[in-house]
Write a protein that binds this ligand. Structure first.
Ligand code: AMP
Ligand code: MN
Ligand code: MN
Ligand code: MN
Length: 283
């Protein structure tokens, strides 16, 4: 059944969102979400709070995370859903993935200082809720506060992305490892917002086929990062690769996100929704 208001992708202060898990749950329920997942980057530290908050709001819940992966020289995000949040191997893998963020942030700050923006590390830290998870989003918020840019999309156009000041290449987890951590913890792996990557057709084909070969089961079709044309394109890709389809806003903040929790179009018909594969993992 695709007509279920499922929102299976968003971020709290445990990664780079601005709301607590409790405030997100409240907002999701107010927007009509029936099945919710909090998918903080490289982190499951908010899962117990999110489950408790979902129960309080009368929503069903799936555990979630969004793992940073390096594939063909680019960063790809793999969402994990419905795993055991206390699984040791998953927690260790995520901790290792978070590991390089502090040093990377120091290097980003040094690059920004060289183009006349001092104090970015300290500035970004003010926005960080989890000391192990300093991200580019926190730098973007500081650059807006400092008056360097008008909003966070402008920051990412002018800074922090490949070829721009403040971009520090980083090696994240391997695709095979991320899929395995999720799968062996009882969950399913989902390719996040595939239209957001700058892959050639061959590279994208390789991503989908290797993901399948490693045991990946789903792809985000309806997400805040896709246009209506991209819903159609990735619905077709899901069918071609025999993947289930996911739906999630990727909500980060009331001030920054254009797609609010639960306010998404339905999944296109004739796709298997990921929650059908996870019926026994819904809490
Ligand atoms: P990081 O994991 O530190 O590389 O930061 C990645 C995060 O930056 C993403 O999860 C988004 O929240 C944010 N981000 C990346 N690119 C953009 C963009 N073009 N506009 C707005 N936010 C972005
Ligand atoms: Mn983010
Ligand atoms: Mn992402
Ligand atoms: Mn996300």
């Amino acid at each position: 059944m695709s007509i279920l208001n499922a929102d299976l992708h968003c971020h709290s202060v445990v990664s780079d969102g601005t709301l607590t898990p409790e405030a997100l749950a409240q907002r999701a329920a107010a927007n009509g979400v029936e099945l919710w997942s909090l998918t903080d980057h490289d982190e499951v530290g908010g899962q117990h709070r999110a489950l408790a908050a979902a129960r309080e709001q009368g929503m069903k819940y799936l555990t979630g995370t969004e793992i940073s992966v390096t594939f063909a020289g680019q960063t790809v995000h793999i969402v994990g859903l419905g795993f055991d949040a206390d699984d040791t191997a998953l927690r260790e893998g995520l901790a290792a993935t978070r590991g390089g963020r502090g040093e990377r942030a120091q290097e980003m700050s040094q690059q920004l200082a060289q183009v006349g923006i001092p104090g970015a590390y300290e500035g970004a830290l003010k926005y960080v809720g989890n000391p192990e998870l300093i991200s580019r989003t926190h730098f973007a918020r500081f650059l807006v506060e400092a008056g360097v840019c008008r909003d966070t999309p402008e920051v990412f156009r002018r800074y922090l992305t490949d070829g721009k000041p403040g971009f520090v290449p980083h090696r994240w987890a391997k695709l095979a490892d991320a899929v395995r951590w999720i799968t062996e913890a009882g969950g399913i792996a989902v390719i996040a917002h595939p239209a957001r990557y700058n892959f050639s057709a061959n590279e994208e084909y390789a991503l989908f086929s290797e993901f399948k070969a490693h045991g990946g089961r789903g792809v985000e079709v309806v997400t805040g990062s896709h246009s209506a044309a991209e819903y159609v394109k990735y619905a077709e890709t899901a069918r071609e690769f025999g993947l289930a389809a996911s739906r999630g806003s990727d909500f980060h903040s009331p001030d920054e996100s254009h797609m609010d929790l639960g306010k998404l179009p339905w999944l296109p018909g004739q796709l298997t929704p990921v929650w059908e594969l996870l019926a026994d993992r819904i809490q």
